[in-house]
Design a protein around this ligand. Structure first.
Ligand code: ATP
Ligand code: MG
Length: 153
């Protein structure tokens, strides 16, 4: 169900929900830039996409870690970024994390639960919106995801 929607409103709602999730692990969620951006999209699916990313940023973080979120517009592109100070992703795994059922470290992952579907779903939702998703990570330091969508003027 596609409609023109305010991405900043949606992200702000999720931010408020996720502060709750983060508290258990003493993780701080910081809002960096939060500019007004409209895109054409499916609210339910976009919410799922951002939740999957926020869930990972908390789940693969350390106690007292940080998660930083930003949203802004550059030319005709909406740009959402989420960075965490977590465990990071090894270089040899970075190309596989969007595959269904792929999880980096079986032992580590089993404790944390999950099925390895979150990012495959996230990527599918991004592509449904004609967007792109990119990841960069440093082992032991943290991970950043950058998502771009065509913005509505
Ligand atoms: P699910 O999302 O289905 O509950 P999951 O979190 O294991 O399970 P994905 O969200 O698809 O699955 O992520 C795939 C794997 O990529 C994870 O198991 C984890 O190893 C790694 N990963 C994803 N996000 C991060 C992150 N922010 N920091 C470190 N590793 C991550
Ligand atoms: Mg996940």
């Amino acid at each position: 169900h596609f409609e023109i929607l305010s991405l900043d409103t949606l992200v702000m709602e999720l931010y408020e929900d996720s502060e709750h999730l983060a508290k258990n692990k003493n993780i701080t969620i910081l809002l960096n830039k939060m500019n007004e951006v409209k895109i054409k999209g499916d609210k339910v699916k976009l919410r799922q996409l951002f939740l999957n990313l926020i869930d990972n940023a908390i789940k693969y973080n350390n106690e007292f870690g940080k998660v930083e979120i930003s949203l802004y517009k550059e030319n005709k592109t909406a740009i959402f970024t989420i960075s965490d100070t977590g465990i990071g992703i090894p270089k040899e795994s970075i190309n596989k994390i969007f595959e269904r059922f792929y999880r980096v470290d079986k032992a580590r992952s089993r404790e944390l639960g999950g099925s390895g579907l979150g990012l495959a779903i996230a990527k599918w939702i991004v592509e449904l919106h004609k967007g792109t998703i990119e990841v960069s990570s440093e082992l032991g330091k943290g991970t950043t995801f950058v998502i771009k969508f065509p913005a509505v003027e």
